[in-house]
Design a protein around this ligand. Structure first.
Ligand code: GUN
Length: 288
């Protein structure tokens, strides 16, 4: 069997076109959705990510502000900027790009963002809302993974899902979103003794560890849905995921490519979250 590709670029385009319509409708009501993105330091990868986030806002009719600060910015100064943005009625979402310089405590920064502007969904409040099934802003990457899984049309309810990785930003919220969709969920991580035992039993595998070839063909159940969150470089310097794509696509039923799978969905769901924070309800944004 050769897997069907789950096209994150096409799905993104579809959701983003709805984002554009909703943003225009909100703007017409005098409530143009606004996102503030803060970058501290000069990490080149982070600079690319924030530029892409701001560009996506501009392309879809959202207001955006990019604030760049020197790596030496004091933590207190950053907290003061966040307080000002919390009070700014033109800003509905605040994103502080991670990682931050070592002298700044990311937990303090995340906690400083107003709950209703936490478009990353990283705060204790947002995590608690997800945990308890209350409405709230969901972390963009796992939220995008859910949309990719849903796009296959395969019901999630009753399926066995295996999440590889337990980060606060992807693995843990991914497991909770799958649980909320009534999957039976197993979370595997670096201390799991025999990963293949779990993945071979999975109807859905989400790989989010940051190590290439973590999931190979022999570890996958025929017909499974495989979502690859990884962003790594292979020996030739080309972008690759955590999944051995060439091998696994011969066994799986559905698979996301890297690039062109999860990556484009992350920014798309950030836009959806910003709309939600601005008071919109979108088809994509009501799945909570
Ligand atoms: N750094 C890498 N990914 C992300 C993200 O989704 N949000 C933030 N704030 N920082 C990041």
């Amino acid at each position: 069997m050769t897997a069907q590709t789950i096209d994150g670029i096409a799905l993104s385009r579809q959701i983003r076109s709805e984002v554009g319509l909703r943003a225009a409708a909100l703007t017409a009501q005098g409530r143009k959705p606004g996102l503030a993105v803060i970058l501290v330091g000069d990490d080149p990868a982070s600079a690319v990510y924030v530029r892409n986030k701001v560009k996506a806002c501009e392309e879809h009719g959202l207001h955006s502000v990019l604030e760049k600060y020197d790596a030496a910015l004091a933590e207190s100064a950053l907290l003061a900027r966040i307080a000002a943005l919390n009070a700014d009625p033109t800003i509905h979402g605040i994103l502080v790009q991670m990682p931050l310089p070592r002298h700044i405590d990311p937990q303090k920064v995340i906690a400083a963002i107003a709950t209703d502007k936490d478009v990353d969904g990283f705060s204790v409040h947002s995590a608690g809302a997800l945990m308890t099934g209350l409405p709230g802003l969901r972390p963009a990457t796992p939220y995008g993974c859910m949309k990719l899984i849903e796009s296959t049309g395969v019901p999630i309810k009753g399926r066995h899902a295996v999440v590889i990785g337990r980060s606060n930003t992807v693995g843990k919220p991914m497991a909770l979103l799958l649980l909320q969709a009534h999957a039976t969920v197993t979370v595997c991580h670096s201390a799991t003794p025999d990963l293949a035992v779990h993945t071979r039993a999975a109807d859905i595998v989400v790989a989010a560890v940051g190590r290439r070839n973590t999931l190979t063909a022999a570890m996958v159940k025929p017909g499974a849905i495989v979502i690859d969150v990884g962003m790594n470089r292979n020996d030739e310097g080309r972008l690759c995921g955590d999944v051995d794509y060439a091998g696994v696509r011969e066994v799986a039923g559905w698979i996301t490519p890297v690039p062109g799978g999860v990556g484009p969905m992350t920014i798309t769901m950030l836009l959806v979250n910003t709309l939600q924070a601005a008071g919109a309800t979108t088809r994509a944004g009501t799945a909570g």
